[in-house]
Design a protein around this ligand. Structure first.
Ligand code: F6R
Length: 241
C-alpha cells in the first residue's frame, strides 16, 4: 500500500481529486466507485471546480456507490443518493442515468444486491474506487466480523458505526440500523483504489492498519494484498513511526 501524507484536509482532498482527474482523462468512459461520508466532501468539491474549469469531463463516466442505508428513500436528505446528488452529481456534467447507488427501498434486497453486482460486472468493473475508513476499520459497510462477504449484501451496522454516523442525524435513534453495501470482493476487484483518512479520530485505526496484520476485525486490512492501493491521509491521522 502506497501512503501519501498531507498537511491538511484541503491538500488531501486535492491529491485525491487529481488522481480521479487523471483516471477520467486517461479513460473518459471509465467506471468510478464512489463513497459518501464526511471525508470525500472536499474531494468532490475539487472535482466540481476542475469540471467547471474544463479540466475534466464526466460526460462518459459511469459511477457505482459503495452503499446506502436500508430502508431509506432516495428523496430522504439522509440517504446516500441524496448526498451524492447534492455533493457531486448536480455539480458536474455526469449523466445522472449513469450514476448508481444501491436501492435503499428494494422489496427484495437479495435480488437487488445480485443485480447491483451484475451491473458492475456488465459495465466492465470498477477502474478507480474511492474509499473512506470507519473508526472501527470498516470499508463501505463491511463491519468487523468473523467473516467478510464477497458481494453486495444487506448488513446490520455496528454500535460504533451508528454512534459515529449519529452526527448527521437529530438523534442516535434516527440512524438506520441496516445498510446495503458492496462486499469486499466488489471492492477488491477494482483496478485501482484510493483510501482517504483525515483527522485525529482516524489516527488509531490508521495506526492499526499500517502496523498490524490482515484480519477480518479490521476489514480495511485486506487492502494490503491489493496491487494498487494508495492511502491519502492527513498528518494528524498518520502515526509518526
Ligand atoms: C460511506 C462509506 C463508509 C465511510 C466511513 C467513513 O460510503 O462507505 O465506509 O467511508 O464510515 O466515514 P466518514 O468519512 O464520515 O468518516
Amino acid at each position: 500500500m502506497k501512503i501519501i501524507v498531507c498537511e491538511n484536509y484541503d491538500e488531501m482532498s486535492l491529491k485525491g481529486a487529481e488522481i480521479v482527474k487523471e483516471q477520467v482523462n486517461s479513460k473518459p468512459d471509465c467506471i468510478l466507485g464512489l463513497a459518501t461520508g464526511s471525508t470525500p466532501v472536499g474531494l468532490y468539491a475539487c472535482l466540481s471546480e476542475m469540471n467547471k474549469k474544463g479540466d475534466v469531463d464526466f460526460s462518459k463516466v459511469t459511477s457505482f456507490n459503495l452503499d446506502e442505508y436500508y430502508p431509506i428513500s432516495p428523496e430522504n436528505d439522509q440517504s446516500y443518493r441524496y448526498f451524492m446528488n447534492e455533493n457531486l452529481f448536480s455539480k458536474i456534467n455526469i449523466d445522472i442515468e449513469k450514476t448508481h447507488v444501491p436501492n435503499g427501498m428494494a422489496e427484495d434486497p437479495e435480488k437487488a444486491c445480485k443485480e447491483y453486482d451484475e451491473s458492475i460486472l456488465a459495465a466492465g468493473g470498477i477502474d478507480l474506487q474511492i474509499l473512506g475508513i470507519g473508526q472501527n476499520g470498516h470499508i463501505a459497510f463491511n463491519e468487523p466480523d468473523d467473516e467478510l462477504y464477497e458481494g453486495t449484501h444487506l448488513t446490520g451496522l455496528t454500535e460504533s458505526t451508528i454512534k459515529a454516523n449519529s452526527r448527521f442525524f437529530e438523534k442516535e435513534e434516527d440512524v438506520p440500523t441496516k445498510a446495503v453495501t458492496m462486499g469486499i470482493g466488489s471492492i477488491m476487484r477494482a483496478k485501482k483504489i484510493i483510501i482517504l483518512a483525515n483527522g485525529p479520530a482516524k489516527l488509531d485505526i490508521v495506526t492499526k492498519l499500517i502496523n498490524g496484520g490482515i484480519t477480518t476485525n479490521i476489514p480495511a486490512s485486506i487492502l494490503k494484498v491489493h496491487p494498487d492501493v494508495t492511502m491519502i491521509c492527513t498528518r494528524d491521522a498518520y502515526p509518526e513511526n
